[in-house]
Design a protein around this ligand. Structure first.
Ligand SMILES: Cc1cc2nc3c(=O)[nH]c(=O)nc-3n(C[C@H](O)[C@H](O)[C@H](O)COP(=O)(O)OP(=O)(O)OC[C@H]3O[C@@H](n4cnc5c(N)ncnc54)[C@H](O)[C@@H]3O)c2cc1C
Ligand SMILES: NC(=O)c1ccc[n+]([C@@H]2O[C@H](COP(=O)([O-])OP(=O)(O)OC[C@H]3O[C@@H](n4cnc5c(N)ncnc54)[C@H](O)[C@@H]3O)[C@@H](O)[C@H]2O)c1
Length: 471
């Protein structure tokens, strides 16, 4: 049995910011699927590649409104355009081949074991490869970085109709004739815009009363308008109650009694941490655990020599969080004392226009008993929106009145995904609003939209027409 100082279970975004940063330690990485995990192959990168192709397709169709051509361009039909977008997508995801990532891992000095890893006892792990060959390893420290999987809700008949989960929707070469998407969260909204733009009749079914229900309602409302302009149909406040096979593919019956036919159903109602079948019960962890609960240093609470990083912790499940947790855990495995601070992790949805938020929502702030004040600004009132021809968007800031600092921000609009970094820094560094209000943004940029609401929060001049909602 070979001993390693550190064994990483899973080789995704979280783990890859650990293995190159443990000089002097012997490291093994156990991976059941692809080195690199989901992000480069079946989640972030293929979705962002397809979203970009879709965005350009819409832009070209609007070129005459932007003075680029004299009349509307005649586009290829959606299927031809999608075939080209898929070729580009597959180049960007290296045709889902993890060979380069695996080679880099090995160059870092770590040992790669391909197969399913499972703890046998404290300090011991087995790896079973595809042919059933089992290897046994022993470890000093174990880092669980096993990611998450889509939730499939127990809806009668759903297993009898054609369904996709996100990685299938992002690996497909063909367009469905029509697509019903269960869930108006990040996955549902991004993929709805992709498929609708390639002329697929696409409907989002969202249980809550607005899209992206984890964010402030105004965000979901502005996004809904943008998606509808891309051809997406939206049914909010509706849950799928039952599904039946149908000549088209699926007949979907909502809890409201409404019905919808679609040739394919994309199930996008959230993800759950991968904690099953890891042998964690041998370490005293309950088999009913939903996520591995970690302290700020990355240690699994109550279990010696066990760490967890990435989606398996269910903390802000994004690639950038996985990388952040990985860097902190690597430093602590080297004897450091680094602690994670999750107050300012950005949450972005890369629709067109994108959505970006950071910190807490107004509802969360109120439930924590904070005295808050909100100030908002429509992005279409910026000079940049006028010159670009963008007429949709909003920026909303949430201030903690007693401390005079920002605690939350959300933006929908062109550039939101980049603009959010300013609010993230302000929240993370607890910068006084009196300082933020003195920051000068270049003219004409979307960033200028921060200035009127910040002034509003300080009761300075209000001539730039920010909209204010109560706290
Ligand atoms: C459609 C979609 C789009 C997304 N887009 C974005 C985005 O634009 N930006 C963003 O920040 N985030 C995005 N995310 C989220 C992002 O993909 C995840 O947060 C990130 O991949 C998590 O990294 P991880 O290392 O925790 O898990 P993963 O990357 O999933 O890695 C876990 C690895 O562990 C392996 N594994 C699991 N169990 C075992 C075992 N027992 N033995 C051996 N190996 C095992 C798996 O095979 C996998 O390779 C998106 C997610 C989805 C679904
Ligand atoms: N741009 C990004 O960073 C990005 C993109 C895609 C996914 N992701 C990650 O993937 C995770 C999963 O995304 P997701 O969209 O699947 O989950 P999500 O939690 O973001 O959204 C799920 C949605 O489904 C709705 N829902 C739940 N049950 C339902 C039902 N029975 N009928 C109708 N609607 C129902 C919820 O109200 C919610 O709006 C996200 O949390 C995020 O971390 C990130």
């Amino acid at each position: 049995m070979r001993f390693f100082d550190v064994v990483l279970l899973g080789a995704g975004s979280a783990a890859e910011s650990i293995w190159p940063h443990l000089p002097g330690k012997s490291v093994a990485v156990v991976e059941a699927n692809r080195v690199g995990g989901e992000c480069p192959f079946v989640s972030c990168m293929p979705s962002k590649a397809l979203l970009r192709s879709a965005q350009v397709r819409r832009l070209v169709s609007q070129a005459h409104t932007l003075g680029a051509v004299s009349s509307a361009l005649v586009l290829d039909d959606g299927a031809q355009a999608f075939a080209a977008a898929v070729q580009r997508r597959d180049r960007i995801v290296a045709r889902r081949d993890d060979g380069d990532n695996a080679a880099e891992l090995i160059r870092s000095g770590a040992v790669l074991y391909r197969g399913h890893g499972r703890v046998q006892a404290p300090g011991r792990l087995i790896v079973e490869d595809y042919s059933g060959v089992v290897e046994e390893l022993s470890y000093g420290e174990l880092v669980v970085a096993t990611g998450s999987s889509p939730v499939i809700p127990p809806i009668p008949g759903l297993d009898l109709v054609p369904t996709w989960v996100s990685d299938e929707a992002l690996s497909s070469f063909e367009l469905p004739a029509s697509l019903a998407i269960m869930g108006g969260g990040a996955v549902g909204c991004e993929l709805a815009q992709v498929y609708a733009t390639f002329d697929v009749d696409t409907t989002i079914i969202e249980a809550a009363d607005h899209l992206l229900p984890h964010e402030d309602p105004a965000v979901g409302e502005v996004l809904a308008e943008a998606l509808q302009r891309s051809g997406v149909k939206i049914r909010t406040g509706a849950k799928l109650a039952r599904a039946e096979p149908h000549e088209v593919g699926a007949l979907l019956i909502m809890d409201t009694g409404a019905e919808l036919c679609a040739s394919r159903v994309l199930v996008a109602v959230g993800r759950q941490p991968n904690v099953a079948d890891l042998g964690l019960e041998t370490l005293g962890i309950s088999p009913d655990t939903h996520a591995l609960e970690v302290d700020a240093q990355g240690r699994v609470i109550g279990v010696d020599h066990l760490w967890a990083v990435g989606d398996v912790t269910a903390i802000a499940p994004f690639t950038h969080t996985a990388g952040y947790q990985g860097r902190i855990t690597a430093a602590n495995l080297q004897g450091g004392e680094r602690r994670a601070d999750y107050r300012a992790i950005p949450r972005c949805v890369y629709t067109d226009p994108p959505v970006a938020a950071v910190g807490i929502t107004a509802n969360e702030a109120r439930s924590r008993g904070l005295e808050i004040r909100e100030a908002a600004m429509p992005l279409n009132s910026t000079a940049r929106a006028a010159s670009d021809g963008n007429d949709i968007g909003i920026l909303n800031l949430i201030a903690d009145v007693r401390r005079g600092i920002l605690v939350g921000a959300s933006i929908v609009g062109t550039g939101a995904d980049e603009m959010i970094a300013e609010a993230a820094l302000a929240i993370r560094a607890e910068m006084p609003i009196s300082l933020l209000v003195d920051l000068v943004h270049a003219f004409p940029t979307y960033g200028e939209a921060y200035e009127p609401p910040l002034r509003q929060l300080l009761d300075l001049d209000t001539d730039d027409m920010p909209m204010v909602s109560g706290g």
